[in-house]
Each structure stands twice: as C-alpha cells, then as structure tokens.
Design a protein around this ligand. Structure first.
Ligand SMILES: Cc1cc2nc3c(=O)[nH]c(=O)nc-3n(C[C@H](O)[C@H](O)[C@H](O)COP(=O)(O)OP(=O)(O)OC[C@H]3O[C@@H](n4cnc5c(N)ncnc54)[C@H](O)[C@@H]3O)c2cc1C
Length: 407
C-alpha cells in the first residue's frame, strides 16, 4: 500500500483530462495521485483545436498564457466544396467585445498536457506515477482501492474518491461494469501531421473540405509550417500502406504541393459512445472514458475539458465538506446529458456534412446554410454559442454552492 487517505483523490490516466483535473484538485488543496500506464505524456496526433468557450477554464487553471505562447490563437474558418470549388469564409471576430477570449486556441493536446504537468510539479500535494497500469478497482463505503502493476511489481492505492480519465478504452469504466453505448463509424480516419504550408494553396487555418471521397479537415498546428490533415478511407485497406495512399490523396487535394514532410500520423476509428453512468459511488468518469465522439468540429477534448471544469470544483467541495455528494450526481447527469443532447449530435452532423454527403442537392443545401451563417452576424453568433452550451459549470455550481465558496 503506497498511499491511503480518505481525503485524497486518485486519477487514472495522465491524458489532458486526467492532468488538468489533477491540477484543479491540487490547486484546491486536495491530495491527488495520477496513475498512468505510459512512461510519459502520449504524443500521437490527436486534439489540436480548443473552442473560444473553453479558454476561460484554461485561464482559471493558470494554463492559457503559456498555451497561447506554445500554440497560437486564430479566428478564421473556411468551408470548400471540393467538386465545385465553392468557398465560404467567416471569422470569430464577431465575438469581439462579447467574451474575454474571442478566438480559438490551436495546440497539440500533448503540449497542453505537458504544460499542465509542469504546473502540477509546483504542488507537493500532487504526484504523477508513470508506468503504472491500473488493473482493477473495488470500493466500499469509505473509499476506493486500486490494483495496479508498476515498474517494480504490484501496487495498491487507496483514496476517498477515484476519477477514471483513462480514455475511450477505459479499464475503470469496464471494472464498474458499465456499457459504452453507441456506435462505431464504419470508416477508418487518418490524422496526418505534415510540414506543408496549406495556406499557400488557399486553405484557411481551419478548413473543411467537403466531399464524400476527398473530404478532409485541414488545420494549422503550430507557428511554423506544421499542419494537420484528417481524411477517411476504407477500413479494410492495409494500415502499412497508409503513407503511399496519403501521397495520392494529397496529390488530389493540393496537386501543386509537390513536396512535404510527414511528421507523424495515426489511423483511428470514430465513435459516438457514452457510458451508461458517469458516477458509480465513489468513482467518477471524465473525458473519453465517459464519452467518445468523432472529432469533426473539435468537440472531443473540449467536452472533456468542460467535464474537468465542473468536476474538480465539485469534487473539491465534496472532499472538503463544503457540499454534499449529490453535487457529484449533478456532475454525472449533466455531463452525460450535454454529450447526448449537444456534443454527439453536433459532431455527427459535422461528420455527415464534411465526409459523408454524396447527394449534390444535400451538399448545395449544406453550403447554403453555411453561406447564410457567414453573411448574417446574428446567425453566426447563435451558431458560435453552441460550444458554450457544452459547459455544465454554471449550472452545477451556482445551484449547489454559495458564490463565496466557489474556488
Ligand atoms: C485524430 C484526432 C483528432 C482530434 N482532434 C480533436 C480536436 O481538435 N479537439 C478536440 O476537442 N478533440 C479532439 N479529439 C479528441 C481528443 O483527442 C480526445 O477527446 C482526448 O484525447 C481525450 O482526452 P482524455 O484525457 O480523456 O483521454 P486520453 O487522451 O485517451 O488519455 C487517457 C490516458 O489514460 C491512460 N490509461 C489508459 N488505461 C490506463 C490504465 N489501465 N492504467 C493507467 N493509465 C491508463 C492512457 O495511457 C492515456 O494516457 C481528437 C481525436 C483524434 C483521434
């Protein structure tokens, strides 16, 4: 037994959700242990875009300034219909004067995790245990026990509460006996990080190329010429030959770009799934362990960040005796509702529009809708509010905690 405290929290998973939750709890004075099976932060190509509405939460955690220095802020969006070349642009500048952060942040999720890790190092009440694979959990009225295998053998951790932030294949979720209800889309998606300046070929820093064969999401990744191109292909094609097919794909969508350097790529399946519950007793789920969405539109980690913002404040209040544990039921119910009612339908609709629509009439209707958005400020503002509705924080906290007690 290497740790035992009824007031401590164990977090399984040092992805961005686990590390940011740990930082929020540590800042609130809670003892927190993060258990991560990898030896360090995982850097495969995943989330890159953070909507304006989740930046306030990053700022509260003390992460935004450095995140904007390492990554960058941007306002431009572009939709291009591949077959016709029809192109529509809009900007987040309509948010200026309405929010402190009227832009999106672009930053690889591993870089956000590393910034959080550096901040966490300043808190003696927080520790991250690398190379620790959680294999089982059991709970009773007083706390949760975690069985794990670490670099030097079997380990057991005991704490008052546990957060499962161990990603879409969550061990915590499966040990709770919870189903991950929903669907897995039948295509393979490939996320490729490329040194290729797409802006030279007319792409905005967030571009949606609309086509049922050549659909792609093209996003600038850093302050240099690293860009992300995400596209789809038949899941039955061999994974080993992805780089060759990628060259063919890029030869079609940017025929003038003769040369590029492939930095990294990852093939993946897309899901729309949610755990049947986000809380079982003293165990809570957050991030992809609780809900997984296809990333068209960038709502996956953003949904996970809104989990974090609600969870660390609620859990700190419960551990410190400032609120009853029904606050955690509010967390669990509202985060599940937000995923099922807002995040998952919006992401599925984006995916349909970008990757799956072969009917020209439907595509024309989609383009007309986007054209209206771009031309009408009120409609655009209403659309941009979508991601602020993915937050639960005001609901959970203002209803349950006196204002003076918020952190
Ligand atoms: C190609 C792609 C692009 C994306 N783009 C965006 C985007 O632009 N914007 C956006 O918001 N979202 C995006 N997403 C979604 C985003 O990547 C995920 O929502 C995000 O990774 C979830 O973070 P997490 O911390 O919950 O889980 P993860 O990042 O999966 O982290 C889970 C951690 O738990 C660890 N772990 C697992 N099991 C155990 C165990 N048994 N014991 C100990 N540790 C364990 C893992 O090693 C891992 O480090 C994208 C996803 C993909 C695939």
């Amino acid at each position: 037994m290497i740790m035992s405290s009824a007031k401590a929290v164990t977090i399984v998973g040092a992805g961005p959700v686990g590390l940011l939750a740990a930082l929020g709890l540590a800042k609130s004075g809670i003892a927190v242990n993060v258990l991560e099976r990898a030896k360090g932060v995982i850097s495969s190509p995943r989330a890159i875009a953070y909507h304006w509405s989740c930046l306030e939460g990053l700022s509260e955690l003390g992460l935004l300034e450095e995140a904007l220095q390492v990554g960058f802020s941007k306002q431009d969006y572009c939709y291009i219909e591949y077959l016709t070349g029809d192109r529509i642009e809009y900007s987040l500048d309509v948010l200026e004067g309405r929010t402190k952060f009227p832009y999106n942040l672009h930053l690889g999720q591993h870089l956000l995790a590393e910034i959080a890790l550096r901040k966490l190092a300043a808190y003696p009440n927080a520790a991250v245990h690398w190379g620790v694979n959680v294999t089982d959990i059991t709970q009773d009225a007083e706390g949760v026990s975690v069985q794990a295998v670490g670099p030097s053998g079997e380990l057991e951790f005991r704490s008052g509460w546990l957060v499962g932030a161990d990603g879409a294949g969550s061990t915590v979720r499966s040990k709770l006996g919870l189903e991950f209800e929903g669907i897995t889309w039948p295509k393979r998606f490939v996320a490729a990080n490329l040194y290729l300046d797409f802006s030279k070929y007319g792409f905005a820093r967030s571009t949606f190329l609309i086509d049922s064969t050549f659909g792609a999401i093209i996003v600038k990744l850093d302050r240099n010429d690293l860009w992300r191109c995400t596209y789809s292909e038949d899941v039955n094609l061999p994974e080993e030959s992805i780089p060759e097919r990628m060259r063919e794909f890029l030869g079609v969508i940017v025929p003038d770009a003769k040369d590029y350097k492939l930095d990294a790529y990852s093939p993946y399946r897309m899901h729309q799934r949610a755990a049947t519950k986000f809380r079982v007793g003293r165990v809570l789920l957050a991030g992809d362990a609780a809900h997984a969405t296809n990333p068209s539109g960038g709502y996956g980690l953003v949904g996970g960040l809104f989990d974090v913002y609600a969870l660390y404040k609620a859990l700190a209040a419960v551990v410190q005796g400032r609120a009853g544990d029904e606050l955690l039921d509010r967390y669990a119910e509202d985060r599940r509702r937000v995923f099922l009612e807002i995040v998952s339908p919006a992401a599925s609709e984006n995916k349909r529009m970008i990757f799956d629509t072969s009917d020209p009439a439907q595509r024309a209707a989609d383009m007309a809708k986007i054209r209206h958005l771009a031309a009408d400020k009120a409609t655009l503002l209403e659309r941009l509010m979508l991601t602020s509705r993915m937050s639960s924080e005001p609901l959970a906290l203002s209803a349950m905690l006196p204002q003076s007690e918020t952190i």
